[in-house]
Structures are given as C-alpha cells and as structure tokens.
Design a protein around this ligand. Structure first.
Ligand code: NAP
Length: 547
C-alpha cells in the first residue's frame, strides 16, 4: 500500500471562504489540496440556482476586499446581484488568481482523523482519495447542507420535486404547470414571485410567515459605482468597523422614546432604504426589547395589509409567532403583491399541517391540493450541519459529532478543543451569518493565515484550544445572545428547524468589531487560550517556490 500524499493544508470547500483560503495560504508558501463536492467553484452560489436567487446584501459590499485591483476591475450591474452574476464573479476571481489548480472537484470529504503522533490530519474522500495534512481548513459554509422536509410520501408523489438549494443546472420550465412551494424563508420569498409569473398556478404552503421588506433592486448607475470605487478602501474599513459588516447608521434612541407618528416616519424611511438593516437598526432596542420590537413588527404587518388586497390573506401572511428580526428577515421583489394574482393560493399549514405527499399532490389535515411539481424551499441544517457531515475524529478518537451532541462548542467559532489544527471558517460561535459573510470570511481566513505563519515560524506542530478557553467562549456567546430576543424564536440560528437538533443560539451576536478585536488580542497574546505543541518533526522551510 502506498503512503498517502502529504500536504501542508487541506481546504474543504471552494466557495468564497475556500477560495480565499487557497489564496492566502498559497501566499505563505504552503502546499495545498482542496476538495469540493460541486463540479466547480462558487459554494452556495453554485448550488442555489432557483428562480429569483439573488443576494440580499448589496453587491458592492458582497465581494472580496483583499485586492484593490480586483475591486476596481469588476463592475456589478445591479444593486443586488443575481446568482448568475455572483457565480460569474467567483469564476473571475478563481481565474484571475489561479485558484482552481489545487482543487479537486466533484469530491466530497467523508472523513478526517487526527494523528497525534504525526501531528497530521488523515483525510479521506468519497472518490477514494487519502491525503495527510498538517492543517485542515473547513470552509464548508454555513448554509450548505440542504434540508429536505420531514414529510411522508415524498417518493409517492408522481411529479418532479426540486430543493431550492440543489436546483438543476439546466433550469426548470414551470410553464403550464401547477406548482406547490413548501417554505417561506428567503429562498421561498425570492422564488415564489418568479415561479408565479411562469406557472399556471402556484400553491404556497406556509408554516411560518416571515418578515420581508422590499429590496428596491435596480441597475447600478455608473456615477455611484465610480464614486464608490474612488473611495472603496475607506468604505471597506468602515465595513470592518461596523457591527454587521455593512455601513449602517447606528441610532441612539429607543423606539419607545418617541411618539407613534415619529416612529411611523422613521420606519417608513427605513422601509424605503431597501436594505435588510434599515428596519432592524431603525432604533437601538428593536432586538432587545419586546415592546420596542412590537412597534416594528406592527409596522411591517401594516405594510402587508397595504399591499395585499384580500384582508384574510394579508393576515395569514402577517408574522405573529416570532419577534421582528429574530428569524432572518428577507428582502423581496413583489413578494406580497404576488398574492394578489389570480394564480396564487396561500395555504396555512400551521393550522392545517401537511400530512403527506400523495401521488397527485399535497394532503393537509383538511384538504388535498393537486400539483404537477413541488419546490422544497425548506432551508438548511445550518452552521453545524456542514461540519458534522464528514466523520471528524480528534484527539483520543473523540468524534466531533459526539463532542457537539448537545450543540456546537468552539473557541472563537474557529477552533474546537481536542481537534488540533482544525480551523472552522465562520464556524458556530463566530459572527458569521449575522454579518456580511464576505467580511466575516476575510476576517477569519486572515486570522487563520496569520496563525499558521506564526506556528511555522515558531516550530509549533499543533495548536489546540483549551477546554477552559472554549467553555468561557461558549458561555460568553450564550450570555450575549440571552441579552437579545433572538433565542425566543424557533429559527435556524437556534437549530430549531431540524428535528432533534439541540437548541443553541449558534452565531456570535457581539458584533464584528468587538469580535475581531478579541481574535486580534488572542493572537497578539501568543494565541491565548490555545495549547501550542512543538513540532514532532522539523517543518520544511517555507518557500514560495513550493506553490
Ligand atoms: P429557511 O429560512 O430555513 O426557510 C425554510 C422554510 O421552509 C420555512 O418557512 C420553514 O417553516 C419551511 N419548512 C421547513 N420544513 C417544513 C415542513 N416540513 N413543512 C412546512 N414548511 C416547512 O430556508 P431558506 O429560505 O432557504 O433560507 C435560509 C437562509 O439562507 C436565509 O435565512 C438566508 O440567511 C440565506 N439565504 C439568503 C438569500 C439571499 O441572500 N438572498 C437567499 C436565500 C437564502 P418554519 O419557519 O415554520 O420552520
């Protein structure tokens, strides 16, 4: 039997995080092996090709900042980029920086096991590859493990079914068809208006109405693009210094400190911004005080009533089960107005739950709805899901699945005790999904690259978070979350969308600047909270020629 090939680092995933990891680690002179389950780069943007898929962070903010040249040469066409345009951008970046050369596509990592004596990860794939690596970088994304609905009879249905997160590359023609859509999160809310324009009829099965605001998408005008490009560097810095990785004015006052008219004016202006953050940050206490939150929730409900002609349908669309902003809100184009169309029916499957799929359609406790095709817009096993897909085994044979049985435990969201040299980019316990993902990814990958450079310089073979540091971090993540209304919602942030998943608020809500400072301080203090073990064998000298 031949020895497995050895590299300095394996990078799992070739989305925004994985590609940037290749770029940064190659700059350090590391030998790399990347694996990606998809046939090409793009991560979530490779898979999520459903009709209407587009980003809800502004395109000029939702792109890499690491290269000023890249920033200047790429020009987005719309305020909110479509999935095809984002994928074009990712491909451009991969070509421009030659990032595909170490990546093996259509290959899923199935196992990673730590060998303490050799201070290396043994990594195996579904194509039979076996490789050893000093470092394993999990760049597997937060929303990449698509979740099928737990509904009986899926195999009984005689028409085609599609998951928004695994959409066929050739597209789907719904012309003349009766389409059922299950799920009204961001993916459902983006796709329903587009499907309704093509299909003969759309029946939407809604379990929980969500809060959605108009995106006000439009082509970008050349003057504002030029103005942004002229001061892109300052803007990027301001993004990094902003709580959510996007520049938003932070209000000083409580929603309860002003009268109803003043609130109405402020919310109306926020609604018109066409951003996710406008409404959420209209006042400083919307996410921490239930009464303040109710004012924003009621404002959104009033807008739904303005748009939707049938008052009963408007009421069904009005979220009342969770505080505004505590499940991820959505940005839409004509979502609520779509329910004014004759060919769209809204079914409330909270009061009359889906019992099963039949050969002909969807049966609820009260009715059967005949459909020709079904779209599952049912989301993801978020954050921890992609990390628990492969069998990951750490020191002493402990598996990550066992360690995280009661919920993910990490130090800074980037490392987990007992799994040395394993880095989780935007992992649970980091700001990740609560901030602009591109800013979160760059901050994490930069930190990992600096950490690896430090370890190599000092002849350190293994870095492992201490259990004490991890316990303190987990406590802090919970403590900060519990100051907010977030844990009161049954959201995917809490793992509540996956039956049996532990209810733990997974992202770190302390804000990006505070989090980045903590990470920087840990690094400056020679990686406080980590145990550093000298290399058991001398490390080859770093050399750019090895790349
Ligand atoms: P999601 O927000 O988790 O929504 C899933 C929907 O499916 C929910 O309405 C859920 O209802 C429903 N559902 C799940 N299982 C069901 C069942 N068995 N019966 C009936 N309904 C069921 O998923 P998503 O829409 O894919 O979005 C996930 C996240 O991805 C977003 O929050 C966002 O962060 C990201 N995303 C971003 C964009 C963008 O940038 N524009 C686009 C798409 C997604 P319950 O709420 O009752 O569980």
């Amino acid at each position: 039997m031949t020895e497995p090939r050895d590299v300095d680092a394996v990078v799992v995933g070739a989305g925004f995080a994985g590609l940037y990891a290749h770029h940064r680690l190659r700059q350090l002179g590391l030998t790399l092996q990347g694996y990606e389950a998809a046939a090409d780069v793009g991560g979530t943007w490779w898979w999520n090709r459903y009709p209407g898929a587009r980003c809800d962070v502004e395109s000029m903010d939702y792109c890499y900042s690491f290269s000023p040249d890249l920033e200047q040469e790429w020009t987005w066409s719309e305020r909110y980029a479509t999935q095809p345009e984002i994928l074009q951008y990712v491909n451009h970046v991969a070509d421009r920086f030659d990032l595909r050369r170490d990546i093996q596509f259509e290959t899923r990592v199935t196992a990673a096991a730590w060998d303490d004596a050799a201070q290396r990860w043994h990594i195996a794939t579904d194509r039979g590859d076996s490789v050893t690596a000093r470092f394993c970088i999990m760049a597997t994304g937060c929303l990449s493990a698509a979740k099928q609905p737990e509904i009986d009879g899926i195999d009984t249905f005689r028409g085609p079914t599609f998951h928004t997160g695994r959409w066929p590359h050739e597209g789907v023609d719904f012309s003349g068809l009766r389409v059922g859509v299950i799920g009204t999160g961001s993916s459902g809310i983006q796709s329903i208006p587009v499907i309704a324009r093509q299909a003969a009829h759309v029946t939407v099965f809604q379990r929980t109405p969500n809060f959605s605001m108009p995106a006000k998408n439009a082509p970008l005008d050349p003057e504002s693009v030029a103005a942004r490009k002229a001061r892109y560097r300052e803007h990027r810095q301001a993004m990094r210094e902003s709580r959510a990785g996007v520049v938003v004015p932070m209000p000083e006052e409580s929603a309860l400190s002003v009268d109803a008219d003043a609130r109405e004016t402020r919310f109306a202006a926020a609604w018109e911004t066409g951003t996710l953050y406008g409404m959420v940050s209209a006042y400083n206490d919307l996410l921490i005080d239930r009464d303040a939150n109710d004012t924003a929730a009621e404002y959104v409900r009033s807008r739904i009533r303005d748009i939707v002609a049938d008052p009963e349908v408007a009421e069904r669309l009005s979220p009342r089960n969770h505080p505004f902003g505590t499940k991820r809100p959505c940005l839409d184009t004509e979502y609520y107005a779509t329910y004014n169309r004759d060919n769209v029916t809204l079914v409330d499957v909270r009061s009359t739950p889906i019992v099963e799929l039949t050969a002909a359609g969807v049966r609820t406790t009260t009715d059967e709805y005949a459909v020709d095709a079904i779209v599952f817009a049912t989301g993801f096993d978020a954050m921890s899901g992609p990390l628990l897909g492969p069998d990951i085994t750490g020191v002493g044979g402990t598996t990550l699945r066992d360690k995280w049985a009661a919920g993910p435990r990490t130090y800074l969201g980037i490392a987990t005790a007992g799994f040395p040299n394993l880095f989780t980019v935007t992992g649970p316990g980091s700001p990740s999904v609560l901030v602009n993902m591109l800013v979160a990814i760059e901050q994490h990958v930069d930190w990992v690259a600096a950490c690896i450079a430090f370890l190599r310089e000092r002849g350190v073979g293994a870095i492992d978070a201490t259990v004490e540091a991890e316990d303190r971090w987990v406590h802090h993540v919970n403590e900060v979350a519990n100051l907010t209304l977030f844990p009161t919602a049954n959201s995917w942030y809490m793992g509540a969308n996956v039956p049996g998943k532990p209810r733990v608020f997974m992202p770190y809500i302390g804000g990006l600047p505070r989090y980045s400072k903590i990470c920087d301080d840990v690094a400056a203090d020679d990686y406080r909270g980590f145990t550093l073990t000298p290399a058991s064998a001398p490390e080859p000298a770093p050399s750019a020629s090895r790349t």
